[in-house]
Design a protein around this ligand. Sequence first.
Ligand SMILES: [Zn+2]
Length: 161
Amino acid sequence: MSTRSQFWTEDRLTFLVANARVLSAAKLAKQLGCSRNAVIGKSHRLGRILGKPDGRSAEQRRRDRLQHQRERYAKNREKICKLHRDWYRRRKAMPVPVNRPPPKNLSLLDLKLNECHWPVTDEGAPFFYCGHATDDGRSFCPWHHKEAHGYRREYLRSSRN
Ligand SMILES: [Zn+2]
């Protein structure tokens, strides 16, 4: 019984060796009518005869790949930042009530993601939270958002005059 492969005939081997440094493994496989893995496997058994079709060194390919990844990341980052900026400008902020709304006194377990997380308990446990509706992506209702951030802005505005 012959141990030689039925597939790798002289013609196919000649074609493989002749084109190993010209075509990619996928293109060789397509021409030969076998899988890419078969081409790569045979190439290894023949002493790694596959070359780089575009003539770039491994180091150059690595550098090109990194450069490509960097460019793609920069492009996507710009796109995501723009989307976020647009969303931030377009969103309609909820109006701040004139008087402080009475807290709903929700426990941490009852509190949902879009409900105000302002703690309203003066002393220790059990802790309760405001629980009024919040704007998208905020932790506090309009009243408590102003309480957390507005005073600082007003202070800065008054100190400027
Ligand atoms: Zn609140």
